[in-house]
Design a protein around this ligand. Structure first.
Ligand code: OGA
Ligand code: NI
Length: 365
């Protein structure tokens, strides 16, 4: 895709390795984070995100389908269990991700991002020399369909990396397709491809695209409560599935209702799934794309693998006419794909929420 790139920044992992107990560079410090309201995740089903059983969805269990619908409407986030991605596939993905980030700095640099591109090893969304930086390194790759891959950026080490990511990404995309199918039924859409194809329609399921972002959050012994691993953001895609690589907590969501940061404790073997901006727009706001962030641990690194699913690059993005019927006014603009990408990046540059800029303020917008 023709996208703006990100300015090069130093590897945080390498900075930590070189620094000993040196103070954290000011570019990473956000003292205001230390005073943010964070609520305890007490595991109570009414105060944290729902858990959805994928097998029960596949059996069209009405109760589970209703819970999925509620999760998308009320939380924009849920944990997915019994998803059918084999344990060995997930374990291999965890192992490959850990092995890649454990390589010597020079080995990883072979796969670094190039100017004007997002894929590769580096960092995303860095647009100015004076913005605050995230305490993380990432490896970002286009994964599905296979013809979208740029193998130039796919690590050769560990030597199983490509095979592992190939298998994992296909299995995760399959789950995402099925989840979108269940959501389509819940929304009363007659055609289950609508959520993938967008307003222009007529495009079959395989055209959904997937990219994978492997996140490495180094420990921050000096100022863990004053840096962020991932700045507050919402995902710009349809649906994101996140695999937690090690059992270190870090993901927090802005709880709908009171706006407090709610830490998510991932269930062993589950995916954390969230609704992205495009799904909020397609559903005219029925499903919510909720802001989230990642905090870092003082003593232990944290790793995650996020798989982003987006409609075909030819899709038109806007509220689905089939959902609106004759009665409901669209809350978001309808844009062709190129205008959508342009708006997305200008919103990033201006530090404004992308969704805000997609909202119609007047009927004539
Ligand atoms: C992301 C994301 C959270 C995490 O990659 O978009 O929100 O837990 N990741 O790493
Ligand atoms: Ni995210």
């Amino acid at each position: 895709m023709e996208m703006a790139g990100s300015l090069p920044v130093p590897s945080v992992q390498a900075t930590v390795a070189a620094a000993g107990h040196a103070p954290v560079p000011p570019r990473y410090l956000r003292p205001e984070v230390a005073t943010d309201v964070v609520v305890a995740d007490d595991g109570n089903a009414t105060t944290t995100i729902p858990t959805i059983d994928f097998q029960r969805l596949l059996l069209l269990d009405p109760e589970e389908s209703a819970r999925l619908h509620g999760a998308c409407q009320d939380w924009g986030f849920f944990q997915l269990i019994n998803h059918g991605v084999p344990e060995d596939v997930m374990e291999a993905m965890k192992g490959s991700t850990q092995a890649f980030f454990a390589l010597p700095a020079e080995a990883k640099q072979q796969f670094r991002q190039e100017a004007g591109q997002l894929e590769g090893y580096g960092q995303l969304f860095v647009v100015s020399e004076d913005q605050k930086l995230d305490w993380a390194d990432v490896l970002y790759l286009n994964t599905q369909p296979p013809e979208h891959r740029n193998l130039r950026f796919w690590p050769h080490q560990p030597d199983s990396f490509s095979r592992t990511l190939d298998t994992h990404s296909a299995a995760v995309k399959h789950v995402a397709d099925r989840l979108l199918g269940a959501m389509s039924r819940n929304l009363g859409l007659t055609d289950r491809v609508r959520l993938v194809a967008g307003v222009s329609g007529g495009i079959s399921l395989p055209s959904m695209i997937q990219s994978v972002r492997m996140n490495y959050y180094p420990p921050c012994a000096e100022a863990a409560d004053k840096v962020l691993g991932f700045s507050p953001h919402s995902d710009s895609d349809l649906l994101t599935l996140v695999l937690q690589v090690n059992q270190i907590q870090g993901l927090q969501i802005r709880r709908p209702g009171d706006g407090a940061w709610l830490p998510i404790t991932p269930l062993q073997g589950a995916f954390v799934v969230n609704v992205g901006d495009v799904l909020e727009i397609f559903t005219n706001g029925r499903y919510r794309s909720v802001e989230h962030r990642a905090v870092v641990n003082a003593h232990t690194e944290r790793l995650s693998v996020a798989a982003f699913h987006s409609p075909s690059i030819h899709a038109t993005v806007g509220p689905l006419p089939e959902l609106l019927g004759d009665q409901e006014a669209p809350k978001y603009k309808t844009l062709d794909h190129q205008s959508f990408i342009t708006l997305f990046f200008s919103a990033k540059l201006q530090g404004k929420s992308f969704l805000e800029r997609m909202k119609k303020k007047h009927l004539s917008d």
